[in-house]
Design a binder for this molecule. Sequence first.
Ligand SMILES: *Cc1c(COP(=O)(O)O)cnc(C)c1O
Length: 469
Amino acid sequence: MTTIPKQGRPAADILAELEQRKAGDAKWREGRVFSLVYHVPGAAGEAHEQLMQRAHALYASTNLLNPMAFGSLKKMETEIIEMAGALFNCPGAVGTVTSGGTESILCAVAAYRDRARRQRPWIRSPELVVPQTIHPAFDKAAHYFGIKLIKTPVGPDFRANVRAMAAKISRNTIGLVASAPQYPHGVVDPIAELGELAQRKKLPLHVDACVGGFVLPWLERLGRPVPQWDFRVPGVTSISADLHKFGYAAKGASVLVWRSIENMRHQIFVATDFPGGIYASPTLIGTRPGGPIAAAWAALTSFGQEGYIALAKQAIDAADKLRLGIRAIPGLALIGKGDATIVTFGTAESVEGATDRSFIPSLLRKVRGTGGEEIYAIADRMEARGWTIDRQHKPASIHLTVTANHGAIVEDYLRDLADSVREVRQDPSLAKSGSAPMYGMAAKMPIRGFVASKVRSVMAEMYSRGAQS
Ligand SMILES: *Cc1c(COP(=O)(O)O)cnc(C)c1O
C-alpha cells in the first residue's frame, strides 16, 4: 500500500521518476494517437509546447474563483471569449472559459434547465431534443441534472434529421442540441435548418462545436465547403468549443459562448447562506485553475489567425491523404462525408450494413453479424504495430481525429493498415481472437443495460484496492 513518504524526496529524483513513468504511455508525440492529444509538429511544436508549459507554470497556483483577486485572469478569460465570439461571428458574445468540453456542456444544459424553470415553471419533466450522434457529455448532463434526452435517428448521411427532431418537440422541450461536427462520423448537422426550427418553436439551440469550433472557421477560410454552423445562423443561442482540441492549448480549456447575456445569466450560480460569505460561480468547478486559462490565451495569441490556418491546412491535407489511401485499400470503406478533419472507416460489409436501413437486412444482420469483428481484428493488428486505435460501433468502424501532427504518419499508417487488412483477410481466425469478439459482442448485444453493468464492473475492478500493483 502506498502512503505519503515519511520523508520527502529531492525534486530531481521525482522529476526523473516522472520521466521514467511516462515512458510506457501512448506515443502521442510520434502521431500514433488520435483524439486524445493535439500536438503541433516539428520545431514549431517544440517551441509551442514550451510556451504552453511556461504560461501554465506562471499561473499554476492562481485561482479564478475570485475574479477580483486575479484581475489578470479575468481579463484573459474576457479576451478569450471575445476572440472566440469574433471567430464564431458574434462580436458581442459573452461566456466563460471552462475546464473542457464536458464542463462547457454541463454548464449549458444546467443553464437551459434553469432558464426553463424560470420561464416555463409548469414543466415537470424537462426534455432536450438531440440527434443520436450527440456526445455522451449530454447523457452525463441529463443524468446529473434530471433531464430527459430525446434522441432522434440521423439520416443515411449521419446528419441530424430535422423532421425527426421537430416531431419530438413537446410541451416539455427546453431546447435543441446539434453538433458541428458530431464526433463519430465527422459531419456537421444541418444547423441552419435547426436554427429556423428553434426560432419557430421559440426554443434555444446549443451547437456542440467542441471538436470543430477551432478548426471549421479556418477550413472555411481555406476555401473548403463548410456548412453554416455558428452565430451567423440566427437561431443559435450558445456554442461549446474546446481550446484543448484544435486550439492546440494545454489540456483543461474550453469555452462556452453565448449570443447574449440574457441566456447566460442562468449559468451563474449564487449561494447566499454560506457562513463563509456570498458565493457566486459561473461554472461547475469551484476553484478555477489559472494555468490552463493563461496557456489557452497564450496559444490563441501566439499562433494568430495565420498560424491556425497553416495548422488547419496541415490537418486537412493529412485527412485528405488518409481518405484517399483508405479508399484504395480493397475491402475498406469510408463513413460519412467528413466536413472536418475526422476520418472514419469500416469494412465494406460493416459500412453497407449501417446505411441500409430496411427491416429485413437488419434482421439478417443480427443473425449474421455486421462484419464488426473483422474491423475490430484489423484494429487489434494496428495496435500490435504500435498505434492507439479508437474503435466505434454503429457502424463498426475505426475513428481518426486528424491533426497537424498526423501529416508525418500518413504513409506509415496506410502501409500498416493495408498489411493489417491483408493479415485479417488471410487468417479469419483473427476475428475470433484478441479483443475483436469482445468489441463485436458489446456492439451487437441488444440489452444495453447488461453492457453498462459489465463495463461498470471492469471500471470498478480498475479502481479496486490492489488492482494497480
Ligand atoms: C471532445 C468532445 C466533447 C467533450 O469534450 P471533453 O473535453 O472531452 O470533455 C464534446 N463534444 C464533442 C463533439 C467532442 O468531440
